[in-house]
Design a protein around this ligand. Structure first.
Ligand code: NAD
Length: 243
C-alpha cells in the first residue's frame, strides 16, 4: 500500500524471483488511502482463491491500517511470511510449517559455516517481531545459548563481544563496530539502511568488522537475497500444504 520506495524495490525483487522460478504471482498495488475494510476484503478473496498458495502483505502499512488486523486476516496456511499468531506460536514450539523469511535467511549461512549454533554464544541485537524475536527462537532450536539485546540493553558491547555468532537487526547504519566483535565471530548483518548519498549499508560497520570477524555477510548482497530465497521456499511449501 502507498508509495514507499523501499517497499517498491522489495516487491519487485519478490516478483522477479517468482518469475525466475516459474511461480505464478499477482500484485495488488493499493493506494495509500485504501480503507482497512477494503484491504481485509481483498485478503479474504485471496484466502479463498485456489490458484494462490501464499499471501504476503508488504509492510509497513499506512498509519490508519492496523497491521495486526491485516496479519490476523491471512489464512495461516497461506501466511508465507509466518507473521500470523498461529505461525508465531508454532515457531515457539519448534514444530513449524513456515519459518519467517529473514531469520531463515540468517540461519542459512550460519548452518553452512563454522561454528554451528550448538553450544555457542549467540547474540541477537534487536527484538522486533519480524526479525529479532523469531531469530532468537531459531538459534535456540539449534541449541545456541541466546542473548537478545535491544534499545534498553546496558553495556551492549560487553554482550556483543562474547558472541560466537552475532546477528545485527537494529536499523542504525554501521552501528556494530569492529571493537564490539569477538575475534573470529560469525557476524550476520540484517540491516538495510539508505544513507543520504543513497548508498546502502548494513547495521555493521563492514570495514572495521571484517578485520575481526571470522565470517561476515555484506550489505547489499547478504541477508536480503537470502530472505527472498526463503520466501520462495515457504511459497512452495504453502503450495504443497494447500494441495
Ligand atoms: P525494528 O525497528 O522493528 O527493530 C529494531 C530493534 O533494534 C528494536 O528491537 C530495538 O530495541 C533495537 N535497537 C534500537 N536501537 C538500539 C540500540 N541503540 N541498541 C540496541 N538495540 C537497539 O527493525 P526490524 O524490522 O527488526 O529491522 C531491523 C533492520 O533490519 C532494519 O535495518 C531493516 O531495514 C532490516 N531488515 C532487513 C530485512 C532483510 O530482508 N534483509 C528484513 C527485515 C528488516
Amino acid at each position: 500500500m502507498g508509495d514507499d520506495p523501499a517497499s517498491r524495490v522489495y516487491v519487485n525483487n519478490k516478483k522477479k524471483a517468482c518469475e525466475e522460478l516459474g511461480i505464478y504471482s499477482e500484485e495488488y498495488a493499493l493506494a495509500a488511502d485504501t480503507s482497512e475494510d477494503e484491504l481485509l476484503e481483498l485478503i479474504d478473496k485471496l484466502n479463498g482463491k485456489k490458484e494462490i498458495s501464499g499471501i504476503l502483505v508488504q509492510l509497513p502499512l499506512p498509519q490508519h491500517i492496523s497491521e495486526q488486523n491485516v496479519i490476523n486476516a491471512i489464512n495461516p496456511k497461506k501466511d508465507v511470511d509466518a507473521f500470523h499468531p498461529v505461525n508465531v506460536g508454532k515457531i515457539m514450539t519448534g514444530n513449524f510449517d513456515f519459518v519467517p523469511c529473514t531469520p531463515a535467511g540468517v540461519m542459512a549461512p550460519i548452518t553452512q559455516s563454522r561454528p554451528a549454533p550448538r553450544g555457542k554464544d549467540c547474540v541477537v541485537v534487536g527484538r522486533s517481531n519480524i526479525v529479532g524475536k523469531p531469530q532468537a527462537m531459531l538459534l535456540l532450536h539449534q541449541n545456541g545459548t541466546v542473548t537478545i539485546c535491544h534499545s534498553r540493553t546496558k553495556d551492549l558491547a560487553e554482550k556483543t563481544k562474547k558472541a560466537d555468532i552475532l546477528v545485527a537487526a537494529v536499523g542504525i547504519p554501521n552501528f556494530i563496530t569492529g571493537d564490539m566483535i569477538k575475534e573470529g565471530a560469525v557476524v550476520i548483518d540484517v540491516g538495510i539502511n539508505r544513507l543520504a548519498d543513497k548508498k546502502l549499508v548494513g547495521d555493521v560497520d563492514f570495514e572495521s568488522a571484517q578485520t575481526v570477524a571470522g565470517a561476515i555477510t555484506p550489505v547489499p548482497g547478504g541477508v536480503g537475497p537470502m530472505t527472498i530465497a526463503m520466501l520462495m521456499k515457504n511459497t512452495i511449501k504453502a503450495a504443497e500444504i494447500n494441495r
